[in-house]
Structure formats: structure tokens, C-alpha cells
Design a protein around this ligand. Structure first.
Ligand code: ATP
Ligand code: ZN
Length: 650
């Protein structure tokens, strides 16, 4: 019998008979190790616990204590899901795409053709079948097969056939067998179905086969699995909280905005409550910019297509732009995807002198981008958006100074909004894919280095990302997390040596010559109103600080007839102080109305009855507090006004 040598992670080398199984190797070391070994690796490739080891090499057992074991468990759970689906008569004809593990979960892409579509109502039945298969404790074995065998074996599975055909000719094909179920699979699976005990199906969503929008839409079924029930419970709890925090959920509950197919995908409608938050943000940022010498303008959302040909958007950004509109008279109009060319036109409108610089042009600029329908999300990724945009035209030697001052302004704004959880990303061009960017190696090297130097000077932490630059230059992005766990750019500052060239921008220098070239900085401090509002909703979980709250004071008269008039007087006085106050006229029980004000997360609720009229006072309940306080109307007004001007919520 041939022998093989296995080298363990600690360097020990042991000899075994060829064909030994990882489970035997583990058992020889200790029973307890065998019990918690999930899978093994030979020279970095997975070997199942019950598969034969044919040759020697670096050998490692993966136990439930290893993080990788979680991936193995969730990967196995996706197979378990597929097997269960196939056993249910209504899904027996289902076709399967891919079923990988993902962070803290797994999914399987499925296609039941014209048959029953999977819905969450089916989950209990599917989970019950999964549990049944777990009880059967079917061993999971892997086997190498030839390409011809594979094509025959999966002849009824068009997606699998496509996957097999896409494999390079020399790539070995392996399958995983668990009872009556066979998967095309590279390995990394638990020893038997009995290992998968604590799992749950989570959701189902449409998704294009291989993520390409001209491919068929499949049903992606998501689930998760853990070694311990308590970990599963904790994860489900986290998911429930994330959902509760999701700006789409809160947006619906608090009547902030809606999106609908009737209006069009990615085109949110701002309801009065959401519009109020947005208006506050807009007023705030415009005032802040005026204080910082920005010149605010209004420019059209539609422009002559030639503008975007000159800028280079048409060559480098066309995939994100809507098709041009033929006006029939030789003119083509384009919905702008960015506001830069418009602001460049403002600069170009008159000769400029070095004395005018830095010239800061700003606008709440509406723009349109052709985002893929699969990427659209509530307010955070839309097709029509309004950017708090600004473009600074500056002498080249003042570029870093201007960059730093924008950054300082941005951090001041973040403080006012209480935003603390973010990371700076320096976004460079992708050196492997340079045709997406303007072709000027020297410019890229220089401006990327300049950006980095400015950040180092300011001693700010950042990370670097290739392939995230704008086509005209590198940028500093502020990255934040969404409730769903994804990362998004909230604010951005971008360096640009190119558009000034493309548009032949000049200024008169101290030498009196009108041939000096300014540099441009693009920046969005609060980014788009859409994404920023989505961010605020999730950050505050809908409990906005008073200055942003759609309604600041809810006034509830104990009895509308007897106390309505006083309630209106209080409302008028608060409104005159610039506050948003509303008198509740609904005919409902007091307790209900107070609870409703809390559910709507209104910062202040006033209850007004006989005593309050007599003393010209108000009885106040603050959001999230149980006690009430009675005070004079003037004191209350003073308190709320102070609260508003402090920005943050106590
Ligand atoms: P992303 O990588 O998120 O698509 P981008 O890098 O293309 O964004 P920029 O051109 O830098 O974005 O746009 C400026 C700002 O516009 C971004 O910081 C972001 O806040 C916002 N933004 C971009 N695309 C969208 C969108 N589809 N919906 C809402 N806001 C957006
Ligand atoms: Zn710009």
C-alpha cells in the first residue's frame, strides 16, 4: 500500500496510507477534534471529511472555531435549500443558478419557469423539508468527473450547463453528492446534512442571472445559518433592527416619501414631511455656503449635447446618461448627469482676473443618471437627484489651500448633523482600465499625489481605492454605512486639471496676461439631497433633532370645543417664532393621540386643558420621556427656539 506524508500547520509531518480520510486523521489525533472538524484542506484545496486523500501535502483541519467554518456551514445550507426545494412537488421542476455563501448568510438563485414562484409564505414548508433532510444526516461526498459526464448529469439544468461550458478546458470538475441531490461544486462543505441545524430563510428577491440585465430574472432566496442557536437568534435580531432602521421603512411609516412604478423607477416623490427635512437641509447648506463666499446660481437641467461632448462626459460617462433628445432642428438636448459644465459656463461668461479667484460657484443642481433598475434603492440610489454642488476655480498654487478649506467646512457641517461614523477614501483611477479616464498619465500621478499630501498634512486617516476616481480626476470621498450594511459615498471633493483645459478657461494673471489656466475643484458637501436624507433617516432612526423634525410641536387640546381656541393661539405664537406646530383636531382618546405623537417621533407634544388656559401655560411631553412639565408659553417657546439653534438632539 502506498503511503503519503501530511504536513500539519505546526510543521509536524505524519505518514498515512494513501486514501486515508480526513475524518480518520482527525480521529487518530483525538475524538473531540474529529467531532468539531468541519472540513479539511490539502495544499489550500478543500477535501471533505469523508473524501479520500490521494497524495501528500500541507494539511489542515478546519474546526467550528475557525471563522472559515461559518462560510462552509452557510455554503452547505444553500445546498440543503436546493435539495429541499426539489423535494417539494411545486418546485420539483425548478432550475438552479449559483448558491454561494455571503457575509453572514447564503443565497440560491432559482428559476421555476412558469411554475409557482417562491414567496415568504412558502418558507415554513421549505424550512420543514430542510429540517427533515438534516435529520436524515446524509453524508456529503465529493467526486471528480469529466466534462462530458458533467454535461450529461446536468442536462436538464440550463444554468448549470452554462456554468460548465464557461469553465476553462483544463479546470477539473467536481460535484458534491448528498443523497439524491447533486451539486456542481468546488468543495468546502460540512461532512453531512446533520451538521446544519440552526438556519432560517430570510427573503426572496428578483435578480438577473449573473447580474446582467439582458439575462433572465431569477428568484434569489436568501437565508442564514449558524453553529449555535443563540448566534442565529442574535443575527435575526440584528436583521430586524436593520430593517426597522431602513430609510424605506421609516420613510413609509413617517410619510416622508414614496416611489412607485406609476411615477417611474428611481424617481421618488417627496411628501410634505420629507420635503420639510429636505428644505431644512437646503436652507442650512446654502446659508453655510453664502457665509463661505460661494456664489449661488440656477442653471438648466437640460443642455445642448455639445456641452457634454466638450466636457468629455459623452465619451467617458455616457453609460450613466439618458439618451439625447432630438429637437428636430439640429439641436440635441441632454439631461445633465453632472452640473460641472453648467458652472464652467458661468465662469466663462466674463473675463476673470486673479483677483476674482478663488471663484466658488454653487447650486442645488438637479441632475439625472441612468442607474440600473436593480441598483435603485429608496432615496439612496435614484435616477433624478439634486446635488449640493459647488465648483471652485482657483490658481494652481492655491489648490491645496482651497482643498483644505473645503474639507474643514465639510467637517463643520458633519458636526452640526452629528455625523461621526465615516471613513475617508482617496479614489484613484484604475491603472488597468485607463480608457475610462482622461488620458494623461502625468496629470493623474501629480493630482493623486497632491491629494494624498493634503490629507497627510491634515493628519487625517484614509484608505486608498483604485478605480473609484471621476473620469476627470481623483477624489476624496466620504464613505458611510447604510442600514443594510452597504457602503456609500456621502460627500466628495474632486481635483480637476482637465475640464479647465477642455473648455479653455483662463484668467488674467498679475502679469496682465489673459492666458493663465485655473484649476477646478468639484465638491458636494452634503452630497445629493436624496442620499443625504436617506442617511439622516437611518442615522436618527426617524427621531430627528428638533431643527430637522417635520413637525416640531404637536398640540393636543383636551377638548376641541373648550380648548381649541387656546390651542390655536399657542400654535400661532410658535409659528410666529419660526416653529412648526400643529393642532390635532382628530376625534380620538387623549392616550391614543399622545401615543401617536410618540410613534411619529415628534420632539414636543403639548396637552392643553382648563388649567393651562387659566395659567396661560402649556403642559409639555418631550419625545422619549414619560414625565410632563408645565411651564409658561414664553418659556416653552424659548426652550424650543434654543433647541432648534443648537442643531443636535439632547
Ligand atoms: P456612486 O459611486 O455612489 O455612484 P459617484 O461616485 O458616481 O457615486 P459623484 O459623481 O461623485 O458620484 O456624485 C456626487 C454625489 O452624488 C455622490 O457623493 C453621492 O452622494 C451622490 N450620488 C451619486 N449617485 C447617486 C444616485 N444615483 N442617487 C443618489 N445620490 C447619488
Ligand atoms: Zn462637478
Amino acid at each position: 500500500m502506498a503511503t503519503i506524508k501530511l504536513t500539519f500547520p505546526d510543521g509536524a509531518v505524519k505518514e498515512y496510507e494513501a486514501g486515508v480520510k480526513p475524518i480518520d486523521v482527525a480521529n487518530q489525533i483525538s475524538k473531540s477534534l474529529a467531532k468539531k472538524s468541519v472540513s479539511a484542506k490539502l495544499d489550500g484545496h478543500y477535501v471533505g471529511m469523508h473524501d479520500e486523500i490521494k497524495h501528500g501535502g500541507a494539511f489542515q483541519l478546519i474546526t467550528t472555531a475557525d471563522a472559515e467554518a461559518g462560510d462552509i456551514l452557510r455554503h452547505s445550507a444553500s445546498h440543503l435549500l436546493a435539495q429541499a426545494l426539489k423535494r417539494l412537488p411545486k418546485f420539483a421542476e425548478m432550475h438552479f443558478g449559483v448558491g454561494p455563501y455571503i457575509e453572514n448568510g447564503f443565497y440560491y438563485d432559482t428559476d421555476n419557469g412558469a411554475g409557482n414562484q417562491v414567496s415568504v409564505e412558502d418558507f415554513p414548508e421549505i424550512e420543514a423539508m430542510m429540517h427533515k433532510i438534516v435529520k436524515e444526516d446524509l453524508p456529503i461526498l465529493s467526486r471528480k468527473i469529466s466534462r462530458d459526464e458533467a454535461l450529461k448529469m446536468f442536462a436538464n439544468d440550463p444554468y448549470k450547463i452554462e456554468l460548465i461550458e464557461d469553465l476553462p478546458a483544463d479546470e477539473p470538475i467536481t460535484i458534491a453528492i448528498q443523497g439524491d441531490h447533486i451539486e456542481l461544486d468546488k468543495g468546502g462543505l460540512v461532512p453531512s446534512t446533520g451538521w446544519i441545524k440552526h438556519f432560517k430563510l430570510i427573503s426572496v428577491a428578483g435578480s438577473y442571472w449573473r447580474g446582467k440585465s439582458d439575462n433572465p430574472v431569477m428568484q434569489r432566496i436568501y437565508g442564514t445559518a449558524f453553529w449555535k442557536d443563540s448566534d442565529l437568534e442574535a443575527d435575526l435580531q440584528r436583521r430586524a433592527e436593520a430593517k426597522e432602521r431602513d430609510h424605506r421603512t421609516i420613510g413609509r411609516d413617517l410619510d416622508l416619501f414614496f416611489t412607485s412604478q406609476e411615477v417611474g423607477s428611481g424617481l421618488p416623490v417627496w411628501l410634505p414631511n420629507g420635503a420639510t427635512i429636505r428644505r431644512q437641509v437646503e436652507r442650512y447648506i446654502v446659508d453655510k455656503e453664502l457665509e463661505n463666499d460661494y456664489l449661488h446660481v440656477y442653471t438648466p437641467v437640460l443642455s445642448n449635447l455639445n456641452l457634454y461632448k466638450t466636457s468629455g462626459h459623452w465619451d467617458h460617462y455616457r453609460d450613466d446618461m439618458f439618451p439625447p433628445m432630438d429637437m428636430g432642428d439640429g439641436e440635441f438636448l441632454e439631461l445633465r448627469p453632472m452640473n460641472c459644465p453648467s458652472h464652467i459656463m458661468v465662469y466663462k461668461h466674463k473675463p476673470r482676473s486673479y483677483r476674482d479667484l478663488p471663484m466658488r460657484i454653487a447650486e442645488l443642481g438637479m441632475m439625472h443618471r441612468y442607474e440600473k433598475s436593480g441598483a435603485l434603492t429608496g432615496l439612496s440610489r435614484v435616477r433624478e437627484m439634486t446635488l449640493n454642488d459647488g465648483h471652485t476655480f482657483v490658481e494652481p498654487e492655491k489648490l491645496e489651500e482651497e482643498f483644505k478649506s473645503i474639507l474643514q467646512m465639510m467637517m463643520g457641517v458633519y458636526e452640526d448633523f452629528n455625523i461621526t461614523d465615516y471613513r475617508f477614501r482617496l479614489s484613484y483611477r484604475d491603472p488597468e482600465n485607463t480608457d475610462k479616464y482622461f488620458d494623461d498619465d502625468e496629470m493623474w500621478e501629480k493630482s493623486q499625489a497632491q491629494l494624498k499630501r493634503a490629507m497627510d498634512d491634515l493628519k487625517l486617516d484614509y484608505y486608498e481605492a483604485e478605480g473609484e476616481a471621476a473620469f476627470y480626476g481623483p477624489k476624496l470621498d466620504v464613505q458611510t454605512k447604510t442600514a443594510l450594511g452597504g457602503e456609500e459615498t456621502l460627500s466628495t471633493i474632486q481635483l480637476d486639471f482637465l475640464l479647465p483645459d477642455r473648455f479653455n478657461l483662463t484668467y488674467v494673471g498679475e502679469d496682465g496676461q489673459d492666458n493663465h489656466r485655473p484649476v477646478m475643484l468639484h465638491r458636494g458637501i452634503v452630497g445629493t439631497m436624496e442620499r443625504f436624507t436617506a442617511y439622516l433617516i437611518e442615522m436618527y432612526k426617524g427621531a430627528f433633532p428638533t431643527w430637522l423634525a417635520p413637525l416640531q410641536v404637536q398640540i393636543i387640546p383636551v377638548n376641541l370645543g373648550a380648548h381649541g381656541q387656546y390651542a390655536r393661539k399657542v400654535q400661532k405664537q410658535l409659528q410666529a417664532a419660526g416653529l412648526r406646530a400643529h393642532v390635532e383636531t382628530k376625534d380620538a382618546k387623549m392616550g391614543y393621540l399622545i401615543r401617536e405623537a410618540q410613534t411619529n417621533k415628534i420632539p414636543y407634544t403639548l396637552v392643553l386643558g382648563d388649567d393651562e388656559i387659566e395659567g396661560q401655560t402649556v403642559t409639555v411631553r418631550q419625545y422619549g420621556q414619560d414625565q410632563t412639565k408645565t411651564m409658561s408659553l414664553a418659556d416653552f417657546e424659548g426652550q424650543v427656539v434654543a433647541d432648534v439653534s443648537n442643531y443636535s438632539r439632547e
